[in-house]
Write a protein that binds this ligand. Structure first.
Ligand code: NAD
Length: 250
């Protein structure tokens, strides 16, 4: 992984948007303790006067956010829509982990990439990036005679279904020729499941299953901080998690 750029010096200063959420809380804690990152600000619409995360005050308004190198958004579709304005306020690059983005929000984020480095990733775990690459290889090798399907499970509090990761894996498999109809992407919600994705190819006489299980949210938070360090100092443009991990699209 290329993680050092001559255009930057010192730790990557981050502001977390959605700081009081499940992911935001872990991001603030890991960033505050972080190697190569420094938590300088936190924003969440639910903030009150006494809200603190990772040792910094959480503000409700993006206008109070300090200058930083990378804004990290794990909030909601509405929050992600406000994230380019927050990055403008902070003079920073923008990393978005929020899933279930509307077309309008995606369009706004793509426009923001004309003026700053932007990276949107539905899943920041290294294992999922590898799974997407394996999905393409398996689909290309097995061909459309093997019916593909995805089953994903998440905790009851997850708002979008199917998960952004399931949609990304489906796109990866289809791009390599898999027969994967939309009704074969199935979602299960309940309990405290951090995230589980099974990609299945069923042929005559055999089936192949590729499974990724996240056992802690910290895998996403650590991945996001790694991506933030990588994004720090990049020129304006639309970057991907594959760029961060040095995994080509193939
Ligand atoms: P959550 O509901 O626990 O937390 C979201 C936080 O964002 C809340 O504190 C909420 O008050 C805040 N928020 C929402 N809208 C806002 C707005 N307009 N302005 C300011 N703050 C706002 O959710 P979560 O479990 O932390 O997940 C957040 C997002 O991250 C979801 O879309 C989820 O699917 C996604 N996620 C992505 C990855 C990944 O690796 N990319 C991993 C896990 C979760």
């Amino acid at each position: 992984m290329r993680d050092d750029l001559s255009s930057r010096s010192g730790a990557t200063r981050v502001v977390i948007h959605g700081a009081l959420g499940r992911m935001g809380a872990r991001l603030c804690a890991l960033a505050a303790a972080g190697d190569g990152v420094r938590l300088v600000g936190a924003v969440d619409r639910e903030s009150s006067a006494s809200s603190i995360a990772g040792g910094v005050r959480v503000t409700a308004s993006i206008d109070e956010a300090p200058p930083c190198d990378v804004v990290i958004d794990f909030s909601s579709d509405e929050g992600a829509r406000a994230a380019p304005a927050l990055a403008r306020q902070c003079g920073s690059a923008l990393l978005v982990g929020t899933t279930g983005l509307s077309r309008e929000t995606e369009g706004l984020l793509r426009s923001a990439a004309a003026e700053r480095a932007v990276l949107v990733a539905a899943n920041m775990a290294l294992g999922v990036a590898v799974l997407a690459a394996l999905a393409r290889r398996a689909a290309a090798a097995l061909g459309p005679a093997y019916r593909a399907a995805i089953v994903e499970a998440h905790h009851a509090g997850k708002k979008d279904a199917p998960s952004g990761t399931a949609l990304r894996l489906a796109e990866a498999a289809r791009s390599a020729g898999a027969d994967l109809p939309a009704d074969q992407v199935l979602s299960i919600r309940g309990g405290d499941v951090v995230g589980e994705h099974t990609l299945r190819f069923a042929g005559a006489g055999e089936y192949l299953e590729l499974i990724h299980r996240a056992t802690t949210r910290d895998v996403f938070a650590a991945g996001a901080l790694r991506a933030a360090r990588w994004l720090h100092g990049r020129p304006p443009g639309w970057w991907t998690i594959e760029d961060v991990l040095g995994l080509g699209p193939g």
